[in-house]
Design a protein. Structure first.
Length: 89
């Protein structure tokens, strides 16, 4: 029982990292590009850096949202029977 629980926990943590990766990468790329743009133009306005990152995160959520939801649903479908057996055992 404990080995399957550890395996499930490991799979859940890996899934969380994989599902967060597209959004984090989009924010990272937008932050680097807007930072370079701010450095080249010497505009040090916080909105110049914030708005592209927020837009990139929103676009990433729209693009990768269905895939993220599908993977979460598949993990939840594998997880619920294990929760039921742990509750009755």
């Amino acid at each position: 029982m404990t080995s399957s629980l550890v395996s499930l926990l490991r799979e859940g943590l890996l899934l969380a990292l994989l599902l967060a990766a597209p959004v984090l990468v989009a924010a990272l790329i937008a932050g680097i590009v807007s930072g370079l743009l701010a450095a080249f133009t010497q505009i040090q306005e916080p909105a110049v850096s914030l708005v592209p990152r927020v837009a990139a995160v929103g676009i990433a959520i729209v693009l990768f949202g269905p895939s993220i939801a599908t993977q979460l649903a598949a993990f939840a479908n594998r997880l619920w029977p294990l929760i039921v057996t742990a509750g009755t055992g």
